[in-house]
Design a protein around this ligand. Structure first.
Ligand SMILES: [Zn+2]
Length: 68
């Protein structure tokens, strides 16, 4: 069974996620999410938010369609 690398306990409940902005002062800020251990709140990983990416893509398509 998968274990948290921080508290070394198995994941018996779903891993949590929290919104997290990704980027620096010289980079564009992107919508990300952090995966968080449900037991000790350690961050297990960060990635771009797939739902936000989908929304951005949908907005882009809508914009382009309305230009024609
Ligand atoms: Zn943990």
């Amino acid at each position: 069974m998968a274990k948290c690398p921080h508290c070394d306990k198995p994941f018996l409940s779903p891993v949590k996620y929290e919104p997290m902005v990704v980027g620096t002062s010289s980079q564009p800020q992107l919508n990300g999410i952090a995966y968080v251990c449900p037991l000790c709140d350690a961050i297990l990983g960060v990635q771009l938010d797939p739902l936000a990416l989908n929304q951005e893509l949908a907005n882009e398509i809508e914009q382009r369609l309305s230009q024609h």
